[in-house]
Write a protein of this length. Structure first.
Lengths: 184, 284
């Protein structure tokens, strides 16, 4: 029989990986409530396919890989929804109503200026670049583990990481230049 | 000013960016683990079963039917025309519908009857998904043997009322018509060893929390949901009538079975029981 004690599996995965997976999702979507919702989706997908997990990769990289797909699914849904809204939006009449409502999460808001800025700039990177940066620098995973999660070659991880750092540097400088020109 | 900007650019090295990234704070989830599990199980229950890539099972029979028609056609064309050329035979067959229909064999009717119009249709065509979940995952619309009461309520929602009796049984009422679920507990650990569902008191299409609220009410619906791999036994009907009622017993494994009790006419469902078979009743 292919059944498994679902609650026990859930509890074990929760104890071992929950905070890491949650943190990964938080930095991907930059919203605590949303990360709380998505982490549930991750567990649903994990429990549904737990029987099929063959141990070819580590359980940890398997979970991160599912979490990344859940985040990407969310971005796609958002993109479709945004497109629908944009198509129906009256830009001439209501364009002035659009403002950036993104509020910095409490954990980030209390940090020093540089760290707040790097957090904001991370948002400007591509999804692939964000994935690599979060896995490598925030989750402290190795290049090999990151490659397994993303299903990439090691060299692709290295290249994307390098480009992501260059992009972040450029965004940081642009952000600072923008701030300076606003004050003068 | 220009010099200061240049200096800043030089200071902002890749290493500094990396160091800033590493300084981003740890983020913790503060959700309670048990509550999270209940939420996950609710979503798990709502989620559609994984769609396996459909094997094109219809292709085989389709080719077989096409072949039968073709052979029938050639056979008819040959014998009706006594070996005349195919072209003439084709014309004659086209004029003579009787000959064609004599050779037409209608496809066998499916052995599983269609559910009646009264049947809740949401799950009527789901075999083998639900049955497979039951066999492989001990999963009956999210409910499992071994769950505790809180987990069941987490999935189904609070009942309108509940009643306890005989020390280890509890009945739950979800519609005004009657008690729709009976739970039997193992009093040693509070786990559930038996569920009995009474579909006629559960069917409520407004409840989307679980397929439990749209169980089949007819024999046809049962066969559609669980298939035909069952053994039949006959027991006295509960209402003390002298008549027997049929029970369809699906043996899921050596420890679990699903029993469907039908009415005297063997057409409507009285209850569906999902139970552990090796549970010993507590001593009174």
């Amino acid at each position: 029989m292919g059944g498994f004690p679902m609650k026990e599996v859930f509890q074990r995965l929760y104890q071992e990986y929950h905070q890491d997976i949650f943190q990964f999702l938080f930095y991907m979507v930059k919203n605590r409530a949303l990360a709380e919702e998505l982490v549930q989706e991750v567990y649903v997908k994990v429990l549904k396919s737990y029987n099929k997990f063959k141990g070819e990769s580590s359980e940890k990289t398997w979970l991160f890989s599912i979490a990344r797909h859940v985040a990407i699914d969310y971005f796609r849904r958002q993109k479709r929804m945004r497109k629908r809204i944009m198509d129906n939006f009256d830009w001439q009449e209501k364009g002035y109503l659009i403002q950036d409502q993104t509020k910095l999460p409490d954990e980030i808001a209390v940090l020093n200026d540089d760290i707040r800025k790097i957090y904001q700039c991370l948002h400007q990177c591509t999804v692939d670049q964000q994935s690599v940066i979060i896995l490598r620098y925030i989750q402290s995973l190795s290049i090999q583990e990151t490659a397994e999660i993303l299903n990439w070659s090691v060299s692709k991880v290295k290249t994307t990481q390098h480009r992501a750092i260059k992009s972040l540097r450029r965004y940081m400088l642009e952000l600072e230049d923008g701030e300076k020109s606003e004050t003068t | 000013m220009v010099r200061r900007v240049k200096q800043h650019k030089q200071n902002l090295t890749d290493e500094k960016i990396e160091s800033m990234l590493k300084s981003l704070p740890k983020i913790e989830d503060k959700q309670d683990m048990d509550q999270l599990y209940i939420n996950v199980m609710q979503k798990f229950n709502e989620a559609k079963p994984f769609k396996q890539k459909k094997k094109k099972l219809w292709l085989g029979p389709l080719f077989a039917m096409a072949a039968v028609f073709l052979i029938g056609f050639i056979y008819t064309a040959y014998y009706v025309n006594d070996g005349k050329s195919g072209e003439i035979a084709l014309d004659e067959i086209a004029d003579n519908g009787d000959i064609v229909t004599e050779n037409f064999v209608p496809p066998q009717e499916e052995s599983i009857p269609s559910p009646s119009n009264d049947e809740p249709m949401a799950y009527a065509t789901t075999f083998p998904y639900i049955y497979n979940d039951l066999v492989e995952k001990n999963d009956f619309f999210g409910l499992k043997l071994g769950m505790n009461y809180q987990e069941v309520i987490g999935l189904l929602g609070e009942p309108l009322t509940s009643e306890d009796f005989m020390s280890n049984l509890r009945q739950l009422k979800y519609t005004e018509e009657g008690f729709g679920i009976q739970l039997k507990f193992n009093m040693n650990d509070g786990s559930i060893v038996e569920y009995i569902f009474y579909p006629q008191y559960l069917n409520d299409t407004t409840k989307q929390t679980s397929g439990i609220f749209q169980l089949p009410i007819t024999k046809a619906g049962i066969l559609q949901m669980f298939g035909e791999d069952y053994q039949t036994s006959h027991v006295l009907c509960e209402d003390q009538s002298p008549n027997n009622c049929a029970e369809y017993i699906y043996t899921l494994d050596e420890k679990r079975q699903l029993t469907v009790r039908l009415d005297e006419a063997e057409s409507n469902v009285v209850f569906i029981q999902y139970a552990t078979t090796n549970f010993t009743e507590p001593m009174e």
